[in-house]
Design a protein around this ligand. Structure first.
Ligand code: ATR
Length: 432
């Protein structure tokens, strides 16, 4: 069985830590083409694939196309890339792997094969003693012979791949979620892996299908797919339905359920700071992707009033229409008076624009008002500084991120995960 187990798994080429490979001593990557770099039906690589390859080369790695397909297919695909190629590579035989090592004068242990098939790419790499990374096939558009092989491949993957959770989104490369969840697994001794999954809208369906076939137990979903995921789910929690956005999916016996743990995450963050929500007057700046979850959270915890200020008034109005008792206002009309909790949900002040704030002043704010910014990079935003200068307590969005992640783990593992010591460890590993 060992010969069918890749060294590593990745959801797609964009989720591979190329720098990490280089640091491990890899000097050359061999790339399968069909369903690894492009769906079999696409004659040429996409712009993002071209960029990915250019980036790997910029890092000083040799890149070779290594395909079992015909000379015509490989040469056409390579037109723009201009890479060294091997067609009819005879995978899983070791012969051409060795040939590449000799041709580029690199050691067998300095090569990494990246491909989507176990019985060609992975087996071949193992036969040659080369590192391998198995990615999900980019499309289901495959010949009958390959589909037949996939049936066995998926069984092998289900048996050998560690229990996997993922984050689907675009972009996801810089997400802190893997660090957060891996810390949870370490803390509780859970044998699981959390992986990134860069998706394009057109391959979302195929990714979900592969998750199903290979036994993924759950995943988070982020921008821009929090709404797009909904038609694929069997059940959706009441809060996620109301907000129109899902960030967590659990898969149980083929049953897919969607949740929104941003709601729970925000409520938990406020409670952990002893911020009283019940009866509070809440003002929110921004009406973007994360605002609805925050509005839902404060309303369900009994806020007395919620006013949403946004630069684009229409978006604030749309949001207010979804909830009873929410008032929409233009950002120009913002004032910080008569407010117990003030929250910035805009992206203004996010790194690198750290000197910016959605409002220049918080004149009239009560010193007892508690101020939140959902941004956590930088740890103290300009907005938070202005609030502190007015004598208010101000918190960044790191705890919201942590709590939404832990709430997802509680759903997946069906047990209490949230723990003060763990939260402190996560804060230390992901910043602040
Ligand atoms: P989206 O709206 O696509 O979900 P987001 O990053 O979640 O994107 O939200 C961005 C929020 O920051 C919005 O409320 C946006 O205001 P608009 O709706 O008017 O675009 C707000 N925002 C971004 N840049 C801003 C700026 N320079 N000044 C004020 N608000 C800004």
């Amino acid at each position: 069985m060992k010969r069918f187990i890749p060294t590593e798994y990745a959801n797609g080429i964009h989720d591979i830590d190329v720098k990490g490979l280089k640091d491990k001593g890899i000097k050359l990557i061999m790339l399968d083409i069909d369903n690894t770099l492009a769906p079999s039906s696409k004659k040429a690589p996409s712009a993002s694939t071209v960029n990915w390859i250019a980036n790997a080369k910029k890092m000083g790695l040799e890149v070779v196309l290594f395909s079992n397909n015909s000379k015509k297919r490989v040469n056409f695909f390579n037109k723009q890339l201009n890479l060294y190629t091997i067609h009819r590579a005879l995978k899983p035989l070791a012969y051409n792997f060795i040939k590449i090592a000799k041709r580029f004068d690199v050691g067998i242990d300095e090569i990494c094969m990246i491909g989507d098939q176990i019985f060609t790419d992975v087996w071949g790499a193992n036969n040659a003693g080369v590192m391998s990374i198995l990615v999900l096939p980019l499309s289901a558009d495959e010949g009958i012979d390959i589909r037949f092989k996939r049936f066995f491949e998926n069984r092998v993957i289900k048996k050998n791949k560690p229990e996997t959770y993922c984050l689907i989104g675009n972009p996801v490369a810089h997400s802190k979620s893997p660090i957060l969840h891996e810390q949870v697994y370490k803390f509780y001794g859970i044998k699981a892996k959390y992986m990134l999954c860069h998706a394009e809208k057109e391959n979302l369906r195929q990714i979900l299908l592969q998750f199903k076939k290979t036994g993924v137990k759950g995943f988070n979903i982020t921008v821009p797919f929090k709404h797009d995921i909904m038609p694929y789910l069997h059940e959706i929690s009441a809060d996620a339905k109301k907000i129109g956005s899902v960030n967590t999916v659990s898969i149980n016996d083929g049953n897919w359920t969607g949740y929104n743990t941003d709601v729970t995450g925000f409520a938990m963050q406020l409670k952990s700071n002893n911020t009283v929500i019940k009866g509070s007057r809440v003002k929110i700046i921004g009406a973007g992707g994360s605002t609805a979850a925050i509005v839902y959270a404060v309303l369900s915890e009994g806020a007395a009033s919620v006013t949403v200020y946004n630069r684009t008034m229409d978006k604030a109005r749309q949001l207010a229409l979804k909830f009873d008792g929410v008032v929409a206002a233009a950002l120009d009309e913002f004032n910080a008076k008569d407010c117990d909790i003030l929250i910035n949900t805009t992206s203004v002040g996010l790194y690198p624009q750290i000197d910016k704030s959605p409002v220049s002043d918080l004149e009239g704010i009560s010193q007892s008002a508690i101020v939140y910014d959902i941004i956590y990079n930088p740890p103290e935003t300009r907005f938070m500084k202005i609030a502190k200068e007015r004598g208010c307590q101000a918190y960044n969005g790191l705890d919201m991120l942590i709590f939404q992640g832990l709430a997802a783990d509680e759903i997946w593992f069906g047990k209490k995960i949230i723990n003060d010591e763990l939260i402190q460890q996560i804060r230390e590993v992901i910043g602040n």
